[in-house]
Write a protein that binds this ligand. Structure first.
Ligand code: BGC
Length: 419
């Protein structure tokens, strides 16, 4: 090979090496999220890998704390300091609230180019917009009202998955008598509220749930049904182990994995933990909708884009938004996260029995109008109102407050917060 030939090859190689560097300079994202448990970290790792494969630079900003309360505090501090992250795990009415503060960036051009309107359920599409323009991209649909169980532990008392709260209580009493912790729970306000809303749905049904936890109707909040909900919460308090206070949700899932407790009531991010531990649905763990009346409590994670300086970071937001909504990402991410795709039309064959049940039940709930947004996971009401629910529910759970008193306090707190 002559000298010219060698130079051509050398230049071509240098050019090839330059390509990623050039793209790298075009896309940087700092991503603030609260996905720090085993299953969660694996899932968000898929997004990082895909983003880096496109030549982007990913700066990870995790803020530990299930349910995201600590992450939201960190976000506020960053925005107040005038230094927001490029992309933030944010959801429900929070997107609208941040939009109203004028700090969110439009990704409407990406949404138009990729045809998001055609592939997103209208309820989710609406949440992702501010002033009619897309400012966030959804990654998944989580179902909150699941109960998880260890079948070997249930077999010790000859029990199967309960279909009503009375059945749940009867099984829990048997387990307790056999010296087994019936309910693995972490005593943190958002976890108490997660259980609470599944009891509201199970005892009251979807219409009651909507009246009480979405419309904040006073009569519903003060109703006999709400008294019964707190009665059931008191029962559940009797089924947790003495060390429940402050425990992280994923450690409660570990108790089920290890056979140290029978049930956990938690959204399907818990499935991400079972899977990350190599466990198989149907044999190592069971999933079923929480007992009582049917419905689907919806929780959808999304990434909102904040207004940032610099072409490189603005480009990064566009690349991230496009990747998030790609069918490939929606499949890979949700297989690890325990949720199902937010995007319509992603093939269902790789999803396990719990995932496919979630898809079927979502469809059925949409048709029957029993699809309701999660209060505990910030899909239903503003943060301030959610805070009032969490305070009363947690105080009741950790004291000997009567159900009547809890209902009275709840109605008064919500009236104050919405005045
Ligand atoms: C989020 C999930 C997360 C869970 C526990 C929920 O609010 O939607 O993505 O796994 O909190 O941190």
């Amino acid at each position: 090979m002559n000298c010219l030939g060698r130079m051509t090859i050398a230049l071509a190689m240098a050019g090839a090496m330059l390509v990623p560097a050039a793209a790298w300079a075009d896309g940087t994202v700092e991503v603030l999220h609260w996905w720090t448990s085993g299953g969660e970290a694996k899932a968000v790792g898929e997004l990082k890998t895909m983003f880096e494969a496109e030549g982007g630079k990913w700066i990870d900003s995790p803020v530990a704390g299930g349910g995201g309360d600590a992450a939201m505090t960190a976000l506020r501090a960053r925005v107040v300091a005038g230094n927001p992250p490029t992309a933030v795990q944010l959801k429900g009415p929070n997107i609208e609230e941040w939009g109203a503060q004028g700090v969110l960036a439009s990704i409407d051009d990406v949404a138009k180019a990729e045809g998001w309107e055609k592939v997103l359920p209208p309820t989710l599409a609406k949440i992702m917009k501010y002033n009619g323009k897309y400012v966030a991209a959804p990654v998944n649909i989580h179902r909150v009202n699941w109960v998880w169980a260890n079948p070997a532990v249930l077999a010790k008392v000859g029990a199967s998955m309960p279909k009503t709260w009375d059945e749940f209580n009867a099984t829990a009493d048997k387990l307790k008598a056999a010296g087994i912790t019936p309910l693995a729970h972490g005593g943190q306000p958002w976890q108490d509220a997660t259980i609470f809303e599944t009891v509201v749905l199970g005892l009251g049904g979807a219409n009651f749930y909507r009246k009480a936890l979405v419309e904040l109707d006073e009569a519903a909040l003060k109703s006999d049904t709400m008294v019964k909900v707190f009665d059931q919460m008191r029962k559940l308090r009797g089924y947790v182990d003495p060390a429940f206070s402050g425990r992280d949700w994923n450690l409660a899932t570990t108790m089920i994995i290890k056979g140290e407790a029978a049930f956990q009531i938690m959204g399907d991010w818990a499935k991400g933990e079972f899977l990350a531990a190599g466990k198989k649905p149907g044999t190592d763990f069971l999933c079923a909708p929480t007992p009582g009346k049917p419905g689907f409590i919806l929780n959808s994670d999304s990434f909102a884009m904040f207004k940032v300086e610099g072409k490189e970071r603005q480009e990064g937001q566009k690349v991230l938004a496009r990747l998030i909504m790609s069918p490939k990402f929606q499949e890979i991410f949700n297989l690890a996260k325990g949720s199902i795709p937010a995007r319509i039309g992603v093939p269902r064959d790789k999803f396990d029995s719990c995932g496919q049940k979630s898809m079927d039940d979502l469809k059925a709930a949409t048709a029957a109008n029993t699809l309701v947004p999660s209060m505990a996971h910030e899909m239903a009401v503003p943060r301030s109102v959610r805070g009032e629910f969490l305070d009363v529910v947690t105080e009741h759970f950790n004291s000997d407050m009567t159900s009547d008193e809890a209902v009275k306090r709840l109605a008064a707190a919500i009236a104050r917060a919405t005045k």
